[in-house]
Design a protein around this ligand. Sequence first.
Ligand code: AMP
Ligand code: ZN
Length: 114
Amino acid sequence: MADDCLFCKIVERAVPSDIVYEDDTLLAFNDISPQAPTHVLIIPKTHIATVNDLTDSEAELIGKMALCGQSLACARGIDEGGYRLILNCNALGGQTVFHVHLHLLGGRQLRGLG
Ligand code: AMP
Ligand code: ZN
């Protein structure tokens, strides 16, 4: 755990959150400022600051994060209609919390990124 990391504090329950899924390696909770009817953040329990810090040893972990997003989308019935999974990296990528997190967004028509 990184002392000054908000999402590590959420993992430790030092900061409250609306948790929707948890297992040994992952935590998923509702975004505090949702941009869509479903807006969940899926994070590894271990502190990894950015996508740039990922290595081969996290390949399975990242796969599990994507499958967690798929599973939550299925459970909410938004899988067939469609949804979006996003990893933002560093300032120009729009990252504001420096603990890797996968956004699951869905439940409304999402606009193109271009
Ligand atoms: P990013 O801009 O990709 O780093 O995303 C960070 C996300 O964390 C934003 O969508 C914020 O709304 C969300 N966020 C910030 N603080 C909290 C919190 N305490 N609980 C849940 N989500 C949060
Ligand atoms: Zn952290």
